[in-house]
Design a protein around this ligand. Structure first.
Ligand SMILES: [Zn+2]
Length: 59
C-alpha cells in the first residue's frame, strides 16, 4: 500500500467508466449535481451537445 489507488469514475456524459481519471477527461464541479467527470472524448464533442441541449431546454 504505497499509494492510494485512483478512484474509478464514470463519464457523466456517455457513461463510460475509467479506472484512472487522471489520464484523460476533466472533473467538473457543478453546484447542482456536485462533482462529475467527463471523459476526454466527450470533452470535445459534448461541449456543443450540452449547449444544444440547453438551448432546446430553454425553447
Ligand atoms: Zn464520455
Amino acid at each position: 500500500m504505497s499509494a492510494s489507488p485512483p478512484t474509478p469514475v464514470t463519464c457523466s456524459s456517455c457513461g463510460t467508466t475509467t479506472p484512472d481519471p487522471a489520464l484523460t477527461g476533466m472533473v467538473e464541479h457543478d453546484r447542482v449535481r456536485g462533482t462529475s467527470w467527463v471523459c476526454g472524448e466527450c470533452l470535445r464533442g459534448n461541449v456543443r451537445a450540452v449547449e444544444a441541449k440547453l438551448d432546446r431546454a430553454w425553447w
